[in-house]
Write a protein of this length. Structure first.
Length: 343
């Protein structure tokens, strides 16, 4: 299936490698996220896709059409790539009305009259801002401004929409409702969405597939579920979710561990050097005959308490429990599963 393809993309700034040998195949119409900590190269990758930055070497193609090829000196300019961009700062013209902001890209293409009016109205209706057409963007809330930016992006009917941390200026409540807006948009437009974020919850909620980047390299490229359940390495296991790492003396790398295996690991008192990740929802506090642990702290999390536990050798584990537990008391645990990760 054709789509967006990146091959051996490499980018350096002042001798510092920012993106290293990046390879990705993005299916047409999919919603993917580039996720990673600050400075890992997400925005640089997005800007190379958009044609705003040139890779030092590599190939980028869209539906088998070459956009960039360092060996053939091919470089299609940004405005001819049929891609739209939505940024964290909405980049709206304050002196133009909402409708004029939205219509700007098609005005540049020479579309006017009834066709122009129709497309602007449709775009505004899609973002549910038809009643704000004559407003200045300055009179809109952050969420509404981002919806104007989205409408302005969609009006040009791009086949790829690149979004760079578009929700990071919004409060938590608004972010959740905008996540829903993005999902609906994606379904409605059929465009390919590439979404840059450092927020793992946002990436998990939105994307069909996530490329997790660290120091300019892809650590894992998989569905949110796989990344959560089967993280590639110790760094990713700690970056995603709030699992705890326990070190065992047997190497279980990329294996699922069951209750019996976990019982035998905790029964032997030897701390090893091979990491496994245990998620709090797999740690149950039971009445007796379980794995012994000492309570360090109980933190109220609304619908439940997060209990921090420690073992004889000071390894730490989290569990969820309906009630707080007294520090230093000894509890019994039943651990249902864990995942072995690479170091
Ligand atoms: N034009 C530039 N010149 C020099 N260095 C740059 C340039 N653009 C980015 N960098 C550096 O490249 C690295 C990656 O930047 P990039 O913006 O791609 O990271 P990011 O993962 O998007 O981070 P953030 O989440 O903080 O935006 C950073 O160390 C940054 O300082």
């Amino acid at each position: 299936m054709a789509g967006l393809m990146l091959r051996n993309i490499h980018k350096q700034y002042a001798k510092q490698t920012i993106v290293h040998d990046l390879n990705l195949d993005i299916d047409p119409g999919s919603f993917i996220a580039l996720l990673g900590p600050s400075g890992c190269g997400k925005t640089t990758t997005l800007r190379m896709l958009a044609g705003l930055e040139n890779p030092d070497c590599g190939i980028i193609s869209l539906n088998q059409k070459l956009l960039f090829d360092s060996t053939r000196q091919t470089n299609i300019p940004a405005e001819k790539r049929n891609m739209g961009m939505v940024f964290q700062s909405y980049a709206l013209w304050p002196h133009m009305s909402v409708a004029d902001n939205v219509g700007y890209p098609i005005k540049l293409k020479g579309i006017k009259g009834a066709e122009y009016q129709k497309r602007v109205s449709e775009a505004l209706e899609t973002v549910q801002l038809a009643d704000k057409a004559s407003y200045s963007p300055l009179k809109l809330s952050g969420g509404q401004r981002q919806r104007v930016a989205l409408a302005r992006c969609l009006i040009a009917e791009p086949s790829v929409i690149l979004l760079d941390e578009p929700l990071s200026n919004l409060d938590r409540h608004l972010r959740t409702s905008m996540e829903m807006t993005f999902r609906q948009f994606h379904r409605r437009t059929g465009a390919t969405f590439v979404y840059v974020t450092h927020d793992q919850a946002e990436a998990m909620a939105l994307a069909d597939k996530i490329a997790v980047l660290d120091k300019g390299e892809i650590v894992q490229w998989a569905t949110p579920d796989t990344i959560y359940q089967q993280p590639q390495n110790q760094w990713l296991a700690q970056f995603i979710g709030n699992g705890c790492i326990i070190y065992t003396s047997v190497n279980y790398c990329h294996q699922q561990l069951n209750t019996a295996q976990l019982q035998s690991i905790f029964a032997s008192s030897t701390k090893g050097s091979y990491p496994i990740v245990i998620r709090p929802q797999h740690v149950h506090i039971i009445e007796r005959n379980g794995i012994k642990a000492r309570v360090i702290d109980s933190i109220f999390k609304g619908e439940r308490y997060e209990i921090t536990l420690s073992f004889f050798d000071e390894q730490v584990l989290l569990a969820y429990h309906p009630l707080p537990l007294l520090p230093n008391c000894i509890v019994d645990l039943h651990i249902t599963q864990a995942w072995g990760v690479a170091l």
